[in-house]
Design a protein. Structure first.
Length: 538
């Protein structure tokens, strides 16, 4: 049976688990610091008692010295010094007696230690040590030795008072003085063991306290480490176990096995995630059943729609045939008769008639070009399946087709090695042809066209570029140039249908890519287009 605290810990949020773990470790570390501070203060108080014992012993010896001197000199000042030195012993005695009471007056105890010449900063610690540890074996031994030593000091005080009475009486007896002096050595002999016992007891007590503190600190440090490690492992295993269940269930769902549910071990975020995942899996299972029902009814509709599309395609093919035959044939007839009239009546027509004939011929040629471009635009994507295309051979075919204009303009076309792709060859050839033709068409009047073609692999796509040194394009027109019938130039040397770059855009999008341009007026243009990674072959 698990304790309530473990059940609570298992079900709280991961953030609270971490806070709880950190809090427990912080409390243990704080306890460790308290123990360390307490130990340092206690050892400091023991050190203060050892120092006080030295002051006590020195004061006793100095006092006896002044008493012996007083018996020789009979100088009252020596007796006063004797009393001053013994104030140290008597002050410590006052403190001991006060602290032995059930409800001691701490002010009196402090005053006694001050009279005992102890440092003021050590006095409170010395008092606390005696109050807290008076029942401790070592402190008890030290207090006993102290009490016995105080009894000996009272003997010195009594001898001093008798000597003072004898000497200050006016007619001192040396024999009486000698008799009193003979009592001092036995008292010194009795006092020394008590002093040694006091020092030994405090020394052994300090070593005992040091060992005890070290053991406590070791136990606390070990507890901190073990507690932190245990709590961290518990949280980690709980998270790992819950995530493993979700992972196994997700793999089953990916295989369309909805019977595998994620086990829920707790009510924390992982447990909530597992519960939500199970709900999602159940919803996916329901949607899957509904989709199966819907698919059966849609198959018939799809078949009907396919038949309609095929019918429309046939209509488009018929339109293309009519446009290519019924529109182009009359235009060819008009062009032929205009040329025939020019030849037949050469020199017999006035200047205006010749000019009008040329207008007719130019207009019919432009119409034929426009119809051809429109037909090419409508045929883009009509091929059933893409085929393997070597872009290097494709560019060679385009330059061969444009050989006459390349020779007339002095153009140079340089192509880096290009990839082999799955593509629509007719459309891709038209794409290169339009870009290369534009590079030649929009050349500078005083400079031969220089065209560079290349490609790079970038983010899963093949990125092609066609660069020229022509007249360039203003930045505000870079988006418009790919819209059908957009013409930026009206001069006769740059005439065109305005369909070429629209061709390029449609072809690129057919291959899952995009096309754009960068240009600097007067320095040339660089056209980029990408071919989607599903079209890659080599």
């Amino acid at each position: 049976m698990k304790l309530p605290v473990f059940k609570w810990y298992r079900n709280v949020s991961i953030a609270k688990k971490l806070y709880f773990t950190v809090g427990i470790m912080a409390l243990l570390i704080a306890f460790e610091l308290v123990v360390l501070i307490f130990s340092i203060h206690t050892l400091s108080s023991v050190r203060a008692y050892v120092n006080g014992e030295g002051l006590w012993s020195k004061a006793q010896k100095d006092g006896i010295y002044q008493l012996l001197k007083y018996t020789r000199t009979h100088d009252e000042a020596d007796y006063i010094k004797f009393r001053e030195f013994l104030k140290v012993n008597l002050g410590d005695h006052k403190t001991r007696m006060e602290l032995s009471k059930p409800n001691p007056d701490l002010a009196v105890a402090r005053q006694g230690f001050i009279e005992g010449k102890n440092h003021p900063d050590d006095i409170d610690g010395m008092i606390r040590l005696m109050q807290r540890f008076h029942n401790n074996y070592y402190i008890g031994r030290a207090i006993t030795a102290w009490s016995q030593a105080d009894n000996v000091i009272s003997g010195f005080v009594e001898i001093g008072e008798q000597l003072h009475a004898e000497i200050s009486g006016g007619n001192p007896s040396q024999q009486r003085i000698n008799t009193l002096l003979e009592k001092i050595d036995p008292l010194n002999a009795r006092l020394t063991p008590f002093e040694d016992e006091f020092s030994n007891a405090l020394g052994e007590g300090s070593r005992w306290l040091e060992n005890t503190v070290l053991r406590v600190l070791f136990i606390v440090a070990l507890t901190v480490e073990c507690t932190g490690l245990t709590l961290a492992i518990t949280v980690s295993r709980g998270i790992q176990k819950g995530l493993k269940e979700i992972l196994l269930s997700s793999r089953a769902v990916a295989k369309e096995d909805f019977s595998r549910k994620a086990k829920i071990f707790s009510k924390d975020e992982i447990g909530i995630l597992a519960s939500d995942f199970n709900k999602m899996a159940a919803e996916l299972e329901r949607l899957g059943r509904e989709n199966q029902e819907v698919n059966s009814s849609l198959e018939k509709k799809v078949h009907q729609r396919t038949a309609q599309i095929e019918s429309k395609n046939k209509e488009l093919e018929q339109f293309a045939y009519v446009a290519s035959h019924d529109l182009q044939e009359p235009l060819r007839t008009i062009s032929a008769f205009v040329e025939l009239l020019q030849q037949q009546y050469k020199g017999r027509l006035d200047e205006n008639a010749d000019k009008f004939m040329n207008y007719l011929l130019q207009a019919s040629e432009r119409m034929k070009t426009l119809i051809k471009d429109l037909l090419d635009y409508s045929r883009i994507g009509r091929e059933k399946e893409p085929r393997q295309v070597d872009c290097n051979l494709l560019v060679q075919e385009v330059t061969a087709d444009l050989d006459k204009i390349i020779e007339d303009t002095g153009a140079t076309v340089h192509s880096s090695p290009l990839p082999v792709l799955q593509a629509y060859p007719t459309e891709l050839k038209l794409l290169f042809q339009n870009l290369i033709s534009n590079s030649i068409k929009f050349r500078k009047a005083d400079q031969a066209p220089a065209i560079d073609i290349g490609s790079v692999r970038e983010n899963g796509y093949w990125k092609f570029f066609v660069q020229d040194n022509g007249i360039g394009i203003e930045s505000e027109f870079l988006e418009r140039i790919f819209i059908i019938f957009q013409r930026l130039h009206t001069r006769s040397e740059y005439e065109g249908s305005g369909i070429g770059l629209a061709h390029c855009k449609k072809i690129v999008e057919l291959h899952g890519g995009k096309i754009w341009a960068e240009s600097t007026p007067g320095k040339g243009s660089r056209f980029f287009f990408t071919i989607g990674n599903e079209n890659e072959l080599t």
